[in-house]
Design a protein. Sequence first.
Length: 148
Amino acid sequence: MNEIHCTVLGNVVTEVRSATTRSGHHVATFRVASTTRRFNREANRWEDLDTSFLTVAAWRALADHVVESVGKGDPVVVVGRLRVREYVDSQGRSALSVEVEATSVGHDLGRGRSSFERVRREPSVPVAPQVPDELRSADDEPAASEAA
């Protein structure tokens, strides 16, 4: 299957939200604004052009790291798979959702400093999560309760 891979540089414009799916996977989501800039030679200055807003979704361990490391206003670099989905909004109109399923997220070091802390993972034996019968599902939709 062909996929569109992309790199987005921008600013985080929402708080990072985290949730756990019914199958026990962690997901973190946030919105990024990326503005095209061009140098206007006649005016001898940089000018902002269009701004694109994208939703970023990070899964599993990356989600945990994003929750602990990224905040609203941070300049970030996001690498991942681009997803464009059509849906019908609450007023019955067709709309598009643009999302990046992140494979990597980091601070944009061209715009500031950051420090890195390596996470050591302990080897573990997989244990099946205990999920109540009413929450059992094959899909990975977020569960009703979300953690902030």
